[in-house]
Design a protein around this ligand. Sequence first.
Ligand code: PNS
Length: 163
Amino acid sequence: MTRAVCPGSFDPLTRGHLDIVARAARLFDEVVVAVGVNASKRRLFDDEERLAMAAAATADLPGVRVEGFSGLLTDFCTRVGAVAVVKGLRSAGDYEYELPMAQMNDHLSGLETVFVASRPQFAHVSSSLVKEVATLGGDVAPFLTPEVHARLLARIAERRAGA
Ligand code: PNS
């Protein structure tokens, strides 16, 4: 039984994330989508919302479950018995950002990091860009599940109304 962790903020989860999770699920027996619940970062969606969106989006993927985590990723991986972290790489920029974290995680606990090359249709898709484009009225529906898209538009409307 091999288990991997796909960690992230998922604010919100995109189809790019989902593609990496689905592909990780083909490489490992089980995949835990680890939603960072670090209160220090400002998010559009709170912890419960990000967990619920990730759970709904991955519900039909066999062997995939969702958990929240805080603290060191290596501690979380030890707790759930994961042998590897799986991260998607969209660009050389992602690699530069991810490599020191992968090396630090190896130093901390010997945790392996498996990099999966993002599919070209998701190479420009990030949670932050999706939020920015949607806030400015652009169409981001192709990059999100219908549920996440609806929640994003609703949240933007709430913010606009001053809620
Ligand atoms: O979606 P993000 O913001 O790229 O997710 C980042 C996340 C949550 C995966 C990253 O911040 C993380 O691994 N945090 C856990 C804290 C930790 O272990 N830090 C040391 C990493 S070497």
